[in-house]
Design a protein around this ligand. Structure first.
Ligand code: 6PG
Length: 257
């Protein structure tokens, strides 16, 4: 599987490029199958991309039909939607509140559940309900982030969730804050047609070089969560700004390309 690295000059260019990829994937999926399923990332990096998608749609319609697009999340913090930490809340403010997507098409992690375990169980059911062939939903696009420790979604280094093969969603806990979360698991992520990790900032440069090129991976060390992204029938792209990839010179510098 080839890992593709695309480097753009700035965080603003990253937002533009991510929005362009989103719109291209959605248009293609709608043309091919009349429906599109995407999963959004949380954290701070994707906000600019979501805002750009909204402004593109507001300016021109962008050739997409929101009633045919279903939005999920790769992970969520167990907080209320109006909590500033909410990944759903961030996407709602930056994008979903600005476009005519039907409420039934917005599949947020049910953080109103009694606890993370029941939220994860309900989200697992929602993901299974999205499956069209077999028991795994195939997302047309999954946006992801990359933590400086190599985590992605809420799959953290050394967590037992990395080896989860049955559940499509499970409970996670932030290693520093202990914050309860719900995350998609690798069976779902690696079944996607396109995984695109959005990576910005100098603090990600080392981990990104390791994930993309294997540089700095101690012999015999376990793979970082982001190193375990291996779409079985899809593409994996790291879309980064120059601050996150000062070591890269060409547009396609993955270890297997
Ligand atoms: C989250 C994300 C997490 C995030 C990375 C990068 O809920 O925080 O799922 O995986 O994408 O930590 O976050 P930044 O974009 O803020 O650097």
């Amino acid at each position: 599987m080839a890992i593709r690295l695309e480097v753009v000059p700035t965080a603003a260019a990253l937002a533009d490029a991510a929005a362009a990829r989103f719109l291209a994937v959605v248009k293609d999926a709608l043309a091919q199958r009349g429906v599109c399923r995407v999963a959004l990332a949380g954290g701070s990096t994707p906000r600019g991309a979501y805002e750009r998608i909204a402004s593109e749609w507001q300016a021109s319609g962008a050739g997409i039909v929101w009633s045919r697009i279903h939005v999920y999340w790769g992970d969520e913090r167990m907080v209320a939607p109006d909590d500033p930490r909410s990944n759903y809340g961030m996407a709602r403010a930056a994008l979903l509140s600005k476009v005519p997507i039907p409420a039934d098409n917005v599949h947020a992690v049910p953080t109103d559940a009694a606890n993370a375990a029941s939220a994860a169980a309900r989200y697992d059911e929602a993901l299974r309900a999205a499956a069209t062939a077999g028991d795994l939903p195939r997302f047309d696009l999954v946006f992801l982030g990359l933590g400086a420790d190599g985590h992605t979604a809420s799959l953290f280094p050394g967590a037992p969730t990395l080896d989860e093969t049955a559940r499509l969603a499970t409970v996670a806990k932030h290693p520093d804050t202990g914050e309860p979360r719900v995350t998609m698991t690798f069976p779902v992520l690696n079944h996607a047609a396109a995984l695109i990790a959005l990576v910005s900032g100098a603090e990600k440069a080392r981990v990104l070089e390791r994930v993309v090129r294997g540089v700095g991976r101690p012999a015999g060390s376990p793979l970082l969560p982001a190193e375990r992204l291996k779409p079985n029938a899809g593409t994996l792209t790291f879309l980064a700004d120059e601050d996150a990839a000062p070591w890269a010179r060409s547009a396609n510098t993955g270890p297997n390309t």
